[in-house]
Design a protein around this ligand. Structure first.
Ligand code: FES
Length: 184
């Protein structure tokens, strides 16, 4: 394998082990790591994560060998990109096909009704942001909900709602509290 190609293979592994990065990797590969595919890759990132974070922008910048400031500028310039929501907690519900057939739409509806919250919005008290995404790369766990960055799956809509309620009740988004919501 040529050295440059080998370098690319190594670079695409994301240290977090988050399976969602694989979806971005696929988009990068599909576009042959062309810098002019930045918008397409950012679209995939947003569809996968529900929004763009600094971590994501840096990752994409590194992979496309673009200055992070440039990528940030593009992401904030176009209205169709959204940056991380402002809520204390973030709940991303995957509405990809595998999740949808496992009642992910009901998860969204229950959360909407419980918190009077539309996808893409944050509750008035700033506690919860609800976001939807399209395939987060963990279809085997459908229906998948990502709570404060942690993937949770294979639950009924009612169980998912309970988990979100517990997380919001726990107050600030510390890892310990997330774990508590996850295990109870
Ligand atoms: S469709 Fe939800 S993880 Fe793939």
């Amino acid at each position: 394998m040529p050295a440059t190609q080998e370098k690319k293979e190594v670079a695409k592994e994301h240290p977090s082990g988050d399976p969602r990065f694989k979806m971005i990797d696929r988009a990068l590969k599909r576009c042959h790591y062309q810098q002019d595919s930045l918008i397409e890759v950012l679209h995939t990132a947003q569809e996968t994560f529900g929004y763009l974070t600094e971590d994501l922008l840096i990752y994409v910048a590194q992979q496309l060998k673009l200055p992070p400031s440039w990528v940030y500028g593009v992401a904030t310039f176009y209205h169709f990109f959204s940056m991380k929501p402002q809520g204390e907690h973030t709940c991303v519900v995957c509405l990809g096909t595998a999740c949808y057939v496992k009642r992910a739409g009901e998860v969204v509806n229950l959360i909407k009704a419980e918190f009077s919250l539309e996808p893409g919005k944050t509750t008035a008290d700033g506690q919860l942001s609800l976001v939807t995404a399209r395939c987060v790369g963990s279809c085997g766990l459908a229906p998948v909900v990502v709570l404060d960055g942690t993937i949770v799956g294979k639950e009924t809509p009612e169980q998912s709602l309970e988990r979100v309620k517990k997380l919001v009740k726990s107050g600030s988004g510390s890892e310990a509290k997330l774990q508590e919501a996850k295990t109870s």
